[in-house]
Ligand binder design. Structure first.
Ligand code: SF4
Ligand SMILES: [Zn+2]
Length: 377
């Protein structure tokens, strides 16, 4: 029965999301799959073009470590987060040191980079997730190498002691918090974030008191929300959080394997956002965000693919490129002259979402002829 459980149910006893999504991750097959990863190597190390806090273009190294994973995920977890696919709960302190050494060796001590993002699929400075002596080493070494450091954290993990400890070892670094939504109801029922707006504000104040930079992630189109409502919400959240952040990164939903969102998607109860919605959000929020001086980044992971933000298939490359250019230049003119016939399909979906009582939205598969899609059973 669990297999066919839809959002509205079929009259039988409700099935807990835990049993559909989390429990299968504790089967011996899932555990042995995760434990087949080499714990002494990071998940990945790569370089990308970036901007330093003062706007100067630079090269950034990104190191994604194979950690024990996010303490919140083990307890409950955000509805869209597939980071657990890359973690294993038996990673030792020695493994973490080997992964860090590997990252340095493979990049010749981050040669040519001025910025480094050290991502741990959770909170960098959470002691249950990452050994404190390892955190200390990464903070101090990146400081000595003159690299601007970006780490990630959950808001409730930011305590006065820990934040001042971080600021002592790497003054001025950036702490990125996945707030996702500036709305407590959405945080609780759509994202299952594990903290509230009040806790986020507290963390932001703490970071500012310690002269650390604040980066805020927002998610575009959490589950159980239509395209039209997502556009209205995220546009207003963007304006709201920009005034408290040095940088805001809006992450359009991409479907990560074995998550709540993945399950909804496979049940045809969720569609990733349209690229047009991202363009519209940027245009509507631009005046307000540019006033604050906050940098806005929109990076459509898997953009143009059906599991990422996408349009009709023929204009995707062009629209993704314009969004990426906007993230670097902050110029609204990047979208001038970009158009496609699928825009009217997108507009009709927004109008329907905002006028019909369909909480999950009216969106359907959007590749191919819209008339055929509507006719399809
Ligand atoms: S807090 Fe971050 S790492 Fe943890 S479950 Fe949520 S999105 Fe994933
Ligand atoms: Zn198109």
């Amino acid at each position: 029965m669990a297999e066919s459980a839809g959002i509205l149910g079929d009259g039988t006893k409700a099935v807990k999301i835990h049993h559909l999504i989390k429990a299968p991750e504790n089967t011996s097959e899932s555990i042995s799959f995760r434990e087949s990863w080499d714990a002494s190597r990071p998940v990945t190390v790569y370089k990308t073009p970036e901007n330093l806090p003062d706007g100067t273009p630079c090269t950034a190294a990104t190191v994604i470590l194979r950690t024990k994973g996010c303490a919140w995920w083990w307890k409950s977890g955000c509805t869209f987060c597939g980071y657990f696919n890359d973690v294993r709960d038996d990673v030792s302190a020695d493994d973490m040191f080997s992964q860090w050494e590997f990252a340095k060796e493979s990049t010749n001590n981050f040669e040519g980079c001025e910025m480094i993002k050290v991502y741990t699929s959770g909170t960098f400075f959470e002691d249950r997730e990452n050994p404190p002596e390892w955190q200390d080493k990464v903070l101090s070494e990146t400081k000595e190498m003159g690299l601007h450091l970006v780490v990630e954290a959950q808001a409730q993990m930011c305590t006065p002691e820990k934040i001042s400890w971080v600021a002592e070892r790497h003054p001025g670094c950036t702490v990125a918090i996945g707030l996702e939504a500036y709305d407590d109801k959405v945080l609780r029922f759509h994202v299952n974030k594990g903290f509230t707006i009040r806790q986020w504000h507290k963390a932001v104040d703490m970071l500012k008191d310690n002269r650390l930079r604040v980066k805020t992630y927002l998610i575009f189109k959490p589950p159980f929300m239509s395209e039209g409502v997502a556009l209205n919400h995220t546009t207003s959240w963007l304006g709201d959080v920009a005034q408290f952040s040095d940088e805001v990164s809006v992450n359009p939903m991409n479907i990560q394997k074995r998550t709540v969102v993945d399950r909804l998607y496979r049940n045809k109860e969720y569609r990733p956002p349209w690229l047009w919605s991202l363009v519209e959000m940027i245009k509507q929020a631009h005046a307000k965000t540019s006033e604050t001086g906050c940098r806005v980044i929109v990076h459509p992971t898997a953009g143009g693919k059906v599991r990422g933000a996408h349009n009709c298939g023929s204009c995707d490359v062009e629209v993704v490129a314009a969004i990426e250019r906007y993230s670097v230049s902050g110029e609204i003119s990047e979208f001038q002259g970009i158009d496609c016939s699928c825009k009217s399909h997108w507009r009709a979906e927004l109008d329907n979402d905002l006028t019909l009582p369909v909480p999950l939205g009216t969106g359907a598969f959007r590749r191919g002829d819209p008339v055929d899609i509507i006719r399809a059973p």
